[in-house]
Design a binder for this molecule. Structure first.
Ligand code: NI
Length: 245
């Protein structure tokens, strides 16, 4: 069930049986010369939608622009400052809370969002703490690649070519969602360099084609289908436990 394609009447009915909602959250940033700019938003969106189609889970709109300042030297990337993102997450959660949602499950697709999402949760909890009140609201963060057997599959299938940015697993999920975007282009070097970065100029200097440690040309539509199935199964189980807690 998708919030965007539900009516308020259906949402009110849902809230009588479930106080939980999944919010896919990602980023709009370059993913190497062959990866889609929306990869980090598309992955949690596709997995959450699959879960919401199969189980009684309401899925919020995708929070699709995140913390991507380090990708800004590549065309098309968009970013929020951490402070803007915190304020925006607080407003999204406060809106949902007003309607009675007390279990907000963020399914994340971008490692660079983690610290900021956690900081937003602290802002949200601080409201009750500082006012001396109490609120049953619980926010949860889960990265999609931590779900179920996903990481074990990535290690077994891609080994050292998985890397950490523009990974074959995330690219495979986007190919499953948009098979017309499949690219067989060979990249050079096959496996991108590893390392650290600070700002956008530093990132571009160290990782000239945008990838970090990965070989996304290993990605296939079939792998994407497997990854979505594995992640969906684990998401349904974990969300149901969370919503009932
Ligand atoms: Ni990514």
């Amino acid at each position: 069930m998708q919030l965007q394609t539900s009516t308020w009447v259906e949402t009110e009915e849902y809230l009588k049986r479930n106080n939980g909602i999944v919010v896919p959250i990602g980023s709009t940033e370059q993913h190497g010369p062959t990866g889609l700019i929306g990869t980090d938003a598309i992955c949690p969106e596709v997995i959450a939608k699959a879960a919401g189609d199969e189980a009684d889970i309401l899925v919020a709109p995708t929070f699709s622009v995140g913390c991507a300042q380090h990708h800004m030297a590549f065309k098309g990337s968009m970013t929020l400052r951490p402070s803007t993102m915190i304020a925006t997450i607080v407003d999204w959660v406060t809106s949902l809370r007003r309607h009675g949602f007390t279990r907000i499950y963020f399914l994340n697709g971008h490692g660079g969002n983690i610290a900021t999402i956690e900081a937003a949760f602290s802002e949200i909890y601080a409201d009750a703490s500082l006012s001396g009140g109490e609120d049953p609201l619980v926010c949860k963060l889960r990265n999609w690649w931590e779900l179920g057997e996903v990481m074990a599959f990535c290690k077994k299938t891609y080994g050292a070519a998985h890397g950490s940015h523009a990974t074959p697993s995330e690219v495979a999920v986007t190919y499953f969602a948009y098979p017309e975007k499949l690219s067989n282009q060979e990249l050079s070097p096959k496996i991108a360099p590893n390392g650290r970065f600070t700002d956008a100029a530093d990132y571009r200097r160290n990782f000239p084609d945008g990838r970090i440690g990965s070989n996304p040309s290993l990605a296939t539509v079939a792998d994407g289908e497997t990854l979505v199935r594995m992640a969906k199964k684990a998401l349904i189980k974990e969300f149901e436990g969370f919503a009932a807690s």
